[in-house]
Design a protein around this ligand. Structure first.
Ligand SMILES: [Zn+2]
Length: 283
């Protein structure tokens, strides 16, 4: 997972007015599905904010039916303590959109490997008592629709939160997702996210494992080259730099699973190899 800044989203001409009119229509009783085209129109623009990767699992998305996820579900919330008709007033709030692959977004069961997941209408909260069930249409501020839900603390990691992505790592031995901290609230949110986004889907774990193997082999090579740099031999410097550059590419925002690879690279830091910290600070 990586942070995605939705402020970078450039909206098409007239989109905001259309979204506002559709929100009023829905709050007046119209079915949200009458206006699906409005948020579907943003699919490519949302995808571009993270190099066409899923914002939850960082898998490159080549094809996906329901690629725009409503972070707060629009028609029903299965985690709510009481019957919830969905955060209908956020159906057309761009700040509520997340670009997602089919496996993270739609409910699926992997019978062969015994895992299940897919977000669908899930939206657990850390404190269920703070759940918002509805709004008064006249009170809505269309410049900041999320103000209506600021009392809620999502039980899921949110790629649009500045720090959440840093809480998700993976295990080097098998590519399975894991928390990067022992803090009990973090562990709970990460484990809930793994389940809801189906981050432990076996084919995804396998891909993460393949990429992490490449990363760690390159780190080993770079470490060996770093320790044998001979300042009088430019060839030894160039050899180290070539390996360091390969690593930099594997943790760059556009690389698959780059958040987890940054976590694994962090585990390779030592006083002997200050260049690792520098690569991480570079981004
Ligand atoms: Zn995904």
């Amino acid at each position: 997972m990586r942070h995605v800044d939705l402020e970078d989203l450039r909206l098409p001409d007239g989109w905001a007015n259309e979204a506002q009119a559709a929100t009023h229509a829905i709050l007046g009783g119209a079915p949200p599905s009458d206006f699906d085209g409005i948020w579907r129109d943003l699919k490519q623009r949302l995808a571009a904010l993270l190099h066409d990767k899923c914002w939850f699992c960082e898998t490159p998305v080549t094809r996906s039916d329901n690629a725009v996820d409503h972070f707060r579900p629009k028609s029903r919330v299965s985690d709510a303590a009481n019957a919830h008709q969905g955060y209908r007033w956020l159906t057309f709030a761009a700040a509520n959109f997340r670009f997602a692959c089919t496996f993270c977004n739609s409910r699926r069961i992997d019978v062969e490997h015994g895992t299940a997941g897919g977000k669908a209408d899930r939206f657990p909260l850390v404190h269920e008592a703070n759940r918002v069930y509805g709004v008064v249409a006249a009170d809505l501020d269309f410049d900041d629709l999320l103000a209506t839900v600021q009392a809620e603390r999502p039980g899921l990691l949110d790629p649009c939160n500045l720090d959440d992505w840093r809480l998700l790592g993976c295990k080097r031995e098998n590519g399975n997702p894991c928390a990067t901290s022992d803090d009990p609230e973090v562990v709970t949110r990460v484990n809930t996210s793994i389940e809801v986004y189906h981050l432990d889907h076996e084919p995804t774990c396998k891909q993460r494992h393949t990429v992490s193997g490449m990363l760690l082999r390159t780190v080993r090579k770079a470490k060996a080259r770093f320790l044998t740099i001979d300042p009088s031999d430019p060839g030894t410097i160039r050899a180290f730099e070539a390996s360091a550059l390969e690593i930099k590419r594997m943790i760059a925002r556009k690389a698959p699973y780059s958040g987890e690879m940054r976590f694994l690279l962090g585990g390779q830091r030592s006083d002997l190899h200050p260049w690792i910290q520098r690569l991480l600070e570079d981004g």
